[in-house]
Ligand binder design. Sequence first.
Ligand SMILES: NC(=O)N[C@@H](CC(=O)O)C(=O)O
Ligand SMILES: [Zn+2]
Ligand SMILES: [Zn+2]
Length: 446
Amino acid sequence: MRYLISGATLPDGSGADILVAAGTIAAVGRIPDADAAGATVVDASGLVALPGLVDLHTHLREPGYEQSETVLTGTRAAAAGGFTAVFAMANTLPVADTAGVVEQVKSLGDAAGYATVRPIGAVTVGLAGQTLSEIGAMARSRAAVRVFSDDGKCVHDSLLMRRALEYVSTFDGVVAQHAQDPRLTEGAQMNESALSSELGLKGWPAVAEESIIARDVLLAEHVGARLHVCHLSTAGSVDVVRWAKARGIAVTAEATPHHLLLTEELVRSYDARYKVNPPLRRDEDVRALREGVADGTIDIVATDHAPHPQESKECEWDAASFGMVGLESALPVVQTALVDTGLIGWADVARILSTEPARIGRLAGHSHAFEPGSAANLTLVDPAASSTFELDRLHGRSTNSPYLGATLSGSVRWTFHRGYPTLRDGVLADVTETAEAATAYTEAFS
Ligand SMILES: NC(=O)N[C@@H](CC(=O)O)C(=O)O
Ligand SMILES: [Zn+2]
Ligand SMILES: [Zn+2]
């Protein structure tokens, strides 16, 4: 199948046609009619073409928590949000701490066909924080794991963290740390502040995050390894990472869309859709995170898409699960919080949502630029449109979105994964090339 994407705006603001053929970008620029003969025309006037979005932090929940999400449903949500690759977190059941589990997750992703799935390996066996998992075997496996994380839990033991950093540096891997001092956050339910006292909820101090990041950047410097910090949520964390980068430490950092838009004030509703780890913080923190993205201290935006079943959200605050779904809303939140506010432009969006996460995760073979010959992974966004998040706009198995009923600016219209549309003019495509694989998938795993 050949597609002529006509009249798109590239991230740098220039206009171009893009010819997609045989899974690759065949040509970019003014494309002669003869070259485009027979191609399906996609009218992209008014649309911004971005390299396919890459999420370095997605919870796909399979194996083990298929009532919340599966690799198939999660990657359908990814495609709907403009993503062509996702890194799947390791807090599944069993935990992704062996070559067998990461290979299974990769195979499920291949079979589903909606996005490239790169498994993340656990740092410690069972995420228990006691002994290192078989990091080398996962790196050498068919899944070629490069990112390791105990996300959901912090690698708290300093010596284990040191050993993990040393180990991954031997094959250019990276440890993605969930920075949360467990003792300082025992039983914590929301940001520690005047509001947490007022609401009578146990507070989660900023220092619980900042102190771990400070320790880890120093450890990374000491052993000469790459460190990635998940979901920065406080102004102090931005300061620590800024300091570390100025010192030349190989640290990268992410912010989630929700920490760039929402504040702890929402907790007043006691609506557990706003319960997330790390917690929503203050206005000052949101401002500092936005500045951190704008000045490059924060390298990427990652969704931390964390599906949970209704019963674990529709209950009292203390009993509810932490986490929000975020794949479909990520681009509109980024546009609303960062582009519409004038802090960044579309070239920066391409960088923070595609090229940089791909580089940090060592995602080989993913197209980052509209260069002839590269794989056709791309996303078309209508910045003049808006997105209202109703239940039918969520394609995953869980609906714990903080934006239900809300309208954000920007709308993802088309997603192309390896040359075929996974989202067509806002409608999730039936991935025909992989329909048989999808059937086999359902039979094998349901
Ligand atoms: N972010 C969350 O609130 N929850 C995540 C775990 C995590 O990212 O730490 C989950 O797995 O549900
Ligand atoms: Zn986390
Ligand atoms: Zn997470």
